[in-house]
Ligand binder design. Structure first.
Ligand code: ASN
Ligand code: ZN
Length: 352
């Protein structure tokens, strides 16, 4: 018989008390949600305990449906809380909101659009300072953090990693050169959109225009510095703000910068009238400042282009043309939205 989800409560590390959907079998609750994805490795969206190993492990279970204590554990290599539930709460809340953002706003079910369940393995490795999407399990592995990070389960990092799953299931953007930068940018964008959706309560059918910070991973960094600044990528000291023919030589986490900035301009606009904020192909535009179309429309446009038009070798020039095409299909040729796409790309030196 079909498993029924029940409403649980989680004490998260970064977001206070959060709602969780779990499964009750007999008198045991499991961190599994068959209402968000079917099949997969565990018969529904799930959170597992890798218990400091490198394989997923088994699904969290408990006799109580209140999970975690919201405390921060495992830093600097200490493994005193190997089975701590707080990391699992972070993961489940992030994954639920990633699912709901794409399902409720875009009608896209799970990562592949076909509602195949995915999972996150928490407590991967020891003092592990990374989180990643693994295309072989179609799941995410998440570290507890070591010298640089606390538990890597912030809402935007989970949205980012699951964004890799969406890219993997659709365009398959190759993870090097310009396509790799776009792959990374698509994940950074997804992370911010999930953050905005979750912070507004995780319901509704649009992406709120506020609530995200336009920085990737600010919550997890021990030094308080985000990994990336979408609104001005150069703040990290390594990412360019604009496209040039040499960005293809950069690490993909830097060549993502210009497209992140494009998306920020498209969504939020820019009130700058300083020519130094824009790049050559933009400087004949009037006025220099530009009006954003809001995160909801911007993400609808980006998502349509990325999932239905991009190919594995899409580069910046191709992305610009396809994002423009998506805007024209959604909002009309010559629409304010399509003009905003042209301006946002011109501002990072792509197209006219
Ligand atoms: N956290 C990294 C990322 O998703 C993992 C990697 O190096 N690919 O970009
Ligand atoms: Zn990434």
């Amino acid at each position: 018989k079909a498993l029924k989800t029940v409403a649980g409560i989680g004490n998260s590390q970064y977001n206070g008390q959060v709602p969780l959907n779990t499964t009750l079998t007999g008198s045991t609750y499991t961190m599994k949600d068959p209402s968000r994805g079917t099949g997969g490795s565990f018969g529904g969206m799930a959170i597992t305990n890798a218990n400091h190993g490198t394989t997923s492990g088994s699904v969290y279970s408990s006799t109580s449906n209140t999970w975690g204590d919201g405390q921060q554990y495992i830093s600097g290599g200490s493994t005193t809380n190997a089975n701590g539930q707080t990391a699992a709460v972070n993961a489940m809340w992030g994954l639920m909101n990633t699912y709901d953002t794409h399902k409720n706003v875009l009608g896209w079910s799970s990562l592949d659009g076909n509602n195949t369940a995915t999972h996150i393995a928490a407590h991967v490795n020891t003092a592990y300072d990374n989180a990643y999407y693994d295309s072989s399990c179609k799941c995410m592995y998440i570290g507890d953090g070591g010298s640089s990070f606390n538990n890597l389960g912030s809402i935007d990092v989970i949205g980012h990693e699951m964004g890799h799953g969406i890219t993997d299931a659709t365009s398959g953007l190759i993870y090097s050169q310009e396509s790799g930068g776009l792959n990374e940018s698509s994940s950074d964008i997804a992370g911010e959109m999930v953050e905005a959706y979750a912070r507004a309560g995780g319901t509704g059918t649009s992406i709120p225009n506020t609530g995200n910070d336009w920085m990737t991973g600010k919550e997890i960094a021990k030094n308080g510095q985000p990994l990336r600044w979408l609104y001005k990528p150069s703040k990290d000291g390594s990412s360019p703000n604009a496209w040039s023919s040499t960005i293809k030589n950069l690490d993909v986490h830097y060549s993502s910068g210009p497209n992140n900035r494009m998306f920020y301009f498209l969504s939020q606009g820019s009130n700058s009238t300083s020519s130094s904020d824009y790049y050559s192909s933009y400087l004949n535009k009037s006025p220099l400042a530009m009006t954003g179309i809001g995160s909801d429309k911007a993400y609808r446009i980006w998502f349509k282009a990325a999932t239905t038009k991009f190919t594995s070798s899409t580069n910046y020039a191709d992305a610009r043309n396809k994002v423009l095409q998506a805007a024209e299909e959604l909002y009309g040729v010559g629409s304010a939205e399509s003009i905003a796409v042209k301006r946002a790309y011109a501002a990072i030196n792509v197209g006219a």
